[in-house]
Design a protein around this ligand. Structure first.
Ligand SMILES: CCCCCCCC/C=C\C=C\CC(=O)SCCNC(=O)CCNC(=O)[C@H](O)C(C)(C)COP(=O)(O)OP(=O)(O)OC[C@H]1O[C@@H](n2cnc3c(N)ncnc32)[C@H](O)[C@@H]1OP(=O)(O)O
Length: 206
């Protein structure tokens, strides 16, 4: 499966920040549970996945890209990263662990604490993406070539290998789904977090 965007310059703008601003707890609960379930499904697919990152990919966009098996990004003008600290919020543990699995503990810590958005070249250098291509068509071709590798791999061997590799992060969320949800709902009601989100939303307006 190839995950890509039909938009001109945005792969995924991340989660809809307006869902966190002045949230209705019931609605936020459904929103966050849907996110948890979507991520669990994407991170544990029984088939190979590639993200063809054909535009900017902040926060939740970066999470979805990192959850695929391989990342091909169009360069040099787009950016990718977990920028939550720039919004004055904290990337949840499972977001962080997904990044650690891709780029390693040290680089992930620097990336997460600074909320850095990496250009395509920088992302390639730190291993956040696997390949950089100059346009969307060649990126799609590269992504397809990667998937073709699996024609000669046993689906069972593929899935078991991926499960072993991703199990700790997956299991943590399965075991802590409700705790994670309760924390997000409480956290999003904090006046400080709300103020940070208000300022960030204002900064996005043109
Ligand atoms: C101890 C443990 C703690 C655990 C607590 C857990 C709590 C964590 C919870 C949340 C985690 C959230 C993760 C996220 O994904 S947050 C979202 C992060 N996203 C961003 O920062 C992206 C911001 N957007 C941009 O940078 C740009 O819009 C860009 C994607 C680069 C596209 O640029 P451009 O094409 O120029 O688009 P515009 O700027 O014109 O945007 C158009 C309008 O859309 C609005 N917008 C953009 N992104 C978002 C978004 N993610 N959510 C809501 N709204 C968004 C933007 O304001 C424009 O609005 P308008 O047309 O009204 O002006």
């Amino acid at each position: 499966m190839i995950l890509t965007s039909g938009l001109q310059k945005v792969f995924c703008a991340g989660l809809d920040i307006t869902e966190f601003y002045n949230p209705n707890p019931d609605r936020l609960s459904k929103f966050w549970t849907t996110l948890q379930d979507t991520w669990l499904s994407l991170y544990t697919t029984s088939f190979p996945t590639v993200s063809v990152i054909n535009g900017h990919s902040p926060a939740g966009g970066c999470l979805f890209a990192m959850s695929c098996d391989y990342r091909v990004m169009v360069g040099p003008n787009y950016t990718i990263g977990l920028n939550e600290t720039k919004l004055g919020i904290v990337a949840p543990k499972w977001f962080q662990d997904t990044m650690v699995a891709v780029i390693g503990q040290r680089k992930a810590e620097v990336s997460l604490t600074t909320g850095k958005m990496y250009t395509t070249d920088e992302a390639l250098q730190i291993g956040l993406i696997d390949e950089s291509l100059p346009d969307a068509n060649s990126a799609l071709k590269k992504g397809t070539q990667f998937l073709n590798n699996f024609q000669k791999i046993s689906p069972w061997a593929y899935k078991m290998t991926k499960d072993i590799s991703r199990q700790p992060t997956v299991q943590w969320l399965i075991d802590n789904k409700q705790k994670d949800l309760d924390f997000v709902i409480k956290y999003m009601q904090s006046p400080t977090v709300q103020k940070n989100l208000e300022l960030y939303l204002q900064s996005l307006k043109k």
